[in-house]
Design a protein around this ligand. Structure first.
Ligand SMILES: N[C@@H](CCC(=O)N[C@@H](CS)C(=O)NCC(=O)O)C(=O)O
Length: 212
Protein backbone atom coordinates (compact mmCIF):
# COMPACT_ATOMS: atom_id res chain seq x y z
CA UNK A 1 0.00 0.00 0.00
CA UNK A 2 1.32 3.40 -1.01
CA UNK A 3 0.25 6.97 -0.29
CA UNK A 4 0.95 9.52 -3.01
CA UNK A 5 0.82 13.23 -2.20
CA UNK A 6 0.13 14.95 -5.51
CA UNK A 7 -1.05 18.12 -7.20
CA UNK A 8 -2.64 18.25 -10.66
CA UNK A 9 0.00 18.44 -13.40
CA UNK A 10 2.91 18.51 -10.92
CA UNK A 11 6.06 16.40 -10.81
CA UNK A 12 3.83 13.64 -9.45
CA UNK A 13 2.50 12.90 -12.98
CA UNK A 14 5.21 10.35 -13.76
CA UNK A 15 4.88 8.66 -10.37
CA UNK A 16 1.09 8.56 -10.65
CA UNK A 17 1.27 6.98 -14.13
CA UNK A 18 3.76 4.41 -12.88
CA UNK A 19 1.56 3.46 -9.92
CA UNK A 20 -1.35 2.94 -12.31
CA UNK A 21 0.78 0.88 -14.68
CA UNK A 22 2.00 -1.26 -11.79
CA UNK A 23 -1.57 -1.64 -10.55
CA UNK A 24 -0.46 -0.79 -7.01
CA UNK A 25 -2.83 -0.23 -4.13
CA UNK A 26 -2.50 3.52 -3.51
CA UNK A 27 -4.19 6.21 -1.48
CA UNK A 28 -4.08 9.49 -3.37
CA UNK A 29 -3.77 12.59 -1.19
CA UNK A 30 -4.29 15.87 -2.99
CA UNK A 31 -2.00 18.75 -2.06
CA UNK A 32 -3.30 21.95 -3.62
CA UNK A 33 -0.08 23.85 -4.24
CA UNK A 34 -2.04 26.93 -5.35
CA UNK A 35 -3.68 27.10 -1.94
CA UNK A 36 -0.37 26.45 -0.13
CA UNK A 37 -1.19 22.95 1.23
CA UNK A 38 2.47 22.04 0.66
CA UNK A 39 3.46 24.42 3.45
CA UNK A 40 1.19 22.89 6.12
CA UNK A 41 3.04 21.66 9.22
CA UNK A 42 1.84 18.08 8.62
CA UNK A 43 3.11 18.01 5.02
CA UNK A 44 6.44 19.66 5.86
CA UNK A 45 7.13 16.75 8.21
CA UNK A 46 6.98 14.45 5.19
CA UNK A 47 8.66 16.74 2.70
CA UNK A 48 10.63 19.63 4.24
CA UNK A 49 11.05 21.19 0.78
CA UNK A 50 7.30 21.82 0.45
CA UNK A 51 7.10 20.17 -2.97
CA UNK A 52 5.10 17.39 -4.57
CA UNK A 53 5.36 14.48 -5.06
CA UNK A 54 5.95 12.58 -1.86
CA UNK A 55 5.43 8.83 -1.60
CA UNK A 56 4.84 6.94 1.63
CA UNK A 57 5.43 3.17 1.59
CA UNK A 58 5.72 0.29 4.04
CA UNK A 59 3.65 2.21 6.57
CA UNK A 60 5.99 5.03 7.52
CA UNK A 61 8.80 5.17 4.98
CA UNK A 62 8.94 8.41 3.00
CA UNK A 63 10.60 9.25 -0.31
CA UNK A 64 10.47 12.49 -2.31
CA UNK A 65 12.04 13.71 -5.59
CA UNK A 66 10.15 12.51 -8.63
CA UNK A 67 13.18 10.98 -10.39
CA UNK A 68 14.11 9.00 -7.28
CA UNK A 69 10.53 7.78 -6.73
CA UNK A 70 10.29 6.81 -10.41
CA UNK A 71 13.40 4.63 -10.19
CA UNK A 72 12.40 3.26 -6.80
CA UNK A 73 8.95 2.15 -7.98
CA UNK A 74 10.06 0.77 -11.34
CA UNK A 75 12.65 -1.42 -9.61
CA UNK A 76 10.39 -2.44 -6.76
CA UNK A 77 7.91 -3.72 -9.33
CA UNK A 78 10.17 -5.38 -11.93
CA UNK A 79 7.18 -7.17 -13.47
CA UNK A 80 6.15 -3.76 -14.89
CA UNK A 81 9.18 -3.96 -17.20
CA UNK A 82 9.60 -0.20 -16.77
CA UNK A 83 13.24 -0.33 -15.65
CA UNK A 84 16.15 -2.39 -16.92
CA UNK A 85 17.53 -4.06 -13.80
CA UNK A 86 21.26 -4.29 -12.90
CA UNK A 87 23.00 -6.43 -15.49
CA UNK A 88 20.56 -5.55 -18.29
CA UNK A 89 22.26 -4.02 -21.36
CA UNK A 90 19.94 -0.96 -21.25
CA UNK A 91 20.76 -0.26 -17.59
CA UNK A 92 23.48 2.35 -18.19
CA UNK A 93 21.45 4.30 -20.73
CA UNK A 94 18.38 4.21 -18.49
CA UNK A 95 20.25 5.67 -15.50
CA UNK A 96 21.89 8.25 -17.73
CA UNK A 97 18.57 9.48 -19.13
CA UNK A 98 16.84 9.61 -15.75
CA UNK A 99 19.62 11.77 -14.34
CA UNK A 100 20.00 13.84 -17.50
CA UNK A 101 16.29 14.62 -17.60
CA UNK A 102 16.02 15.58 -13.96
CA UNK A 103 19.11 17.75 -13.69
CA UNK A 104 19.03 19.33 -17.15
CA UNK A 105 15.60 19.54 -18.79
CA UNK A 106 13.60 19.55 -15.54
CA UNK A 107 15.90 22.20 -14.10
CA UNK A 108 15.45 24.36 -17.21
CA UNK A 109 11.64 24.10 -16.90
CA UNK A 110 12.00 25.26 -13.28
CA UNK A 111 13.81 28.38 -14.53
CA UNK A 112 10.71 29.09 -16.64
CA UNK A 113 7.96 28.25 -14.15
CA UNK A 114 9.59 29.05 -10.81
CA UNK A 115 12.13 31.73 -11.76
CA UNK A 116 11.45 33.56 -8.47
CA UNK A 117 13.29 30.67 -6.76
CA UNK A 118 16.44 31.58 -8.65
CA UNK A 119 16.60 35.38 -8.99
CA UNK A 120 14.96 38.53 -7.60
CA UNK A 121 13.36 41.33 -9.63
CA UNK A 122 10.79 41.24 -12.42
CA UNK A 123 13.26 42.20 -15.18
CA UNK A 124 15.82 39.60 -14.18
CA UNK A 125 13.11 36.95 -13.86
CA UNK A 126 11.81 37.77 -17.35
CA UNK A 127 15.37 37.39 -18.70
CA UNK A 128 15.78 34.03 -16.98
CA UNK A 129 12.43 32.89 -18.39
CA UNK A 130 13.47 33.86 -21.92
CA UNK A 131 16.87 32.21 -21.49
CA UNK A 132 15.30 28.99 -20.21
CA UNK A 133 13.25 28.71 -23.42
CA UNK A 134 16.40 28.97 -25.53
CA UNK A 135 18.09 26.36 -23.36
CA UNK A 136 15.08 24.02 -23.59
CA UNK A 137 15.05 24.38 -27.39
CA UNK A 138 18.71 23.27 -27.50
CA UNK A 139 17.98 20.31 -25.21
CA UNK A 140 14.95 19.39 -27.33
CA UNK A 141 17.07 19.41 -30.49
CA UNK A 142 19.67 17.22 -28.80
CA UNK A 143 17.02 14.76 -27.61
CA UNK A 144 15.27 14.71 -30.98
CA UNK A 145 18.57 13.98 -32.77
CA UNK A 146 19.22 11.18 -30.30
CA UNK A 147 15.75 9.68 -30.85
CA UNK A 148 16.17 9.96 -34.63
CA UNK A 149 19.43 8.03 -34.48
CA UNK A 150 18.76 5.57 -31.67
CA UNK A 151 15.03 5.74 -30.80
CA UNK A 152 12.13 5.55 -30.93
CA UNK A 153 12.50 5.58 -27.12
CA UNK A 154 15.31 7.03 -25.03
CA UNK A 155 16.99 3.66 -24.51
CA UNK A 156 16.23 2.38 -28.00
CA UNK A 157 13.46 -0.08 -28.79
CA UNK A 158 11.83 -0.43 -25.38
CA UNK A 159 9.64 2.03 -23.48
CA UNK A 160 10.85 2.60 -19.89
CA UNK A 161 9.95 4.88 -16.98
CA UNK A 162 12.44 7.48 -18.30
CA UNK A 163 10.14 7.89 -21.33
CA UNK A 164 7.22 8.65 -19.01
CA UNK A 165 9.46 11.19 -17.27
CA UNK A 166 10.16 12.87 -20.60
CA UNK A 167 6.45 12.95 -21.51
CA UNK A 168 5.72 14.73 -18.21
CA UNK A 169 8.45 17.33 -18.81
CA UNK A 170 7.19 17.82 -22.37
CA UNK A 171 3.80 18.84 -21.00
CA UNK A 172 5.46 21.51 -18.89
CA UNK A 173 6.75 23.13 -22.09
CA UNK A 174 3.31 23.34 -23.71
CA UNK A 175 2.93 27.10 -23.13
CA UNK A 176 6.46 27.96 -24.20
CA UNK A 177 7.50 29.40 -27.55
CA UNK A 178 8.77 25.98 -28.71
CA UNK A 179 7.00 23.14 -26.91
CA UNK A 180 8.77 19.78 -27.08
CA UNK A 181 6.05 18.16 -29.17
CA UNK A 182 7.08 20.39 -32.09
CA UNK A 183 10.11 18.14 -32.61
CA UNK A 184 8.97 15.09 -34.64
CA UNK A 185 10.74 12.31 -32.77
CA UNK A 186 9.91 13.81 -29.38
CA UNK A 187 6.31 14.06 -30.54
CA UNK A 188 6.30 10.35 -31.42
CA UNK A 189 7.62 9.46 -27.98
CA UNK A 190 5.04 11.69 -26.25
CA UNK A 191 2.27 10.03 -28.32
CA UNK A 192 3.59 6.61 -27.27
CA UNK A 193 3.20 7.63 -23.60
CA UNK A 194 -0.29 8.94 -24.34
CA UNK A 195 -1.20 5.62 -25.94
CA UNK A 196 -0.60 3.82 -22.66
CA UNK A 197 -3.78 3.31 -20.59
CA UNK A 198 -1.92 4.06 -17.32
CA UNK A 199 -0.80 7.48 -18.59
CA UNK A 200 -4.30 8.30 -19.82
CA UNK A 201 -5.77 7.22 -16.47
CA UNK A 202 -3.33 9.49 -14.65
CA UNK A 203 -4.34 12.43 -16.88
CA UNK A 204 -8.01 11.75 -16.24
CA UNK A 205 -7.53 11.41 -12.47
CA UNK A 206 -5.53 14.66 -12.35
CA UNK A 207 -8.22 16.41 -14.41
CA UNK A 208 -5.76 17.23 -17.21
CA UNK A 209 -7.44 17.77 -20.56
CA UNK A 210 -4.37 19.27 -22.30
CA UNK A 211 -1.93 16.34 -22.26
CA UNK A 212 0.74 18.11 -24.36
N1 LIG B 1 12.85 18.20 -7.84
C1 LIG B 1 11.49 18.04 -7.36
C2 LIG B 1 10.69 19.24 -7.80
C3 LIG B 1 9.28 19.15 -7.33
C4 LIG B 1 8.51 20.43 -7.62
O1 LIG B 1 9.09 21.49 -7.93
N2 LIG B 1 7.20 20.34 -7.48
C5 LIG B 1 6.38 21.50 -7.69
C6 LIG B 1 5.18 21.12 -8.55
S1 LIG B 1 5.76 20.63 -10.14
C7 LIG B 1 5.87 21.99 -6.35
O2 LIG B 1 5.57 21.19 -5.48
N3 LIG B 1 5.75 23.31 -6.18
C8 LIG B 1 5.25 23.86 -4.99
C9 LIG B 1 5.83 25.23 -4.71
O3 LIG B 1 6.67 25.67 -5.54
O4 LIG B 1 5.49 25.82 -3.70
C10 LIG B 1 10.90 16.75 -7.93
O5 LIG B 1 11.17 16.44 -9.09
O6 LIG B 1 10.18 16.05 -7.19
Amino acid sequence: MYKLYWSAGGANMVVHALLREIGADVEMINIDIHKGDQRSAAYLKLNPHARVPTLVYDGDKVIYESAAITQFLAERHPESGLAPLPGHPDRGAYLQWMVYLTNTLQEATMHYWHNDNFIDGADEQAKLKAHSQQRIAKIAQFLDDHLAAKGPYLCGGKFYACDYFLAMLARWTRLMANPLHQWPHLNKLIRAALDRPAYRRMLEEEGIDQPV
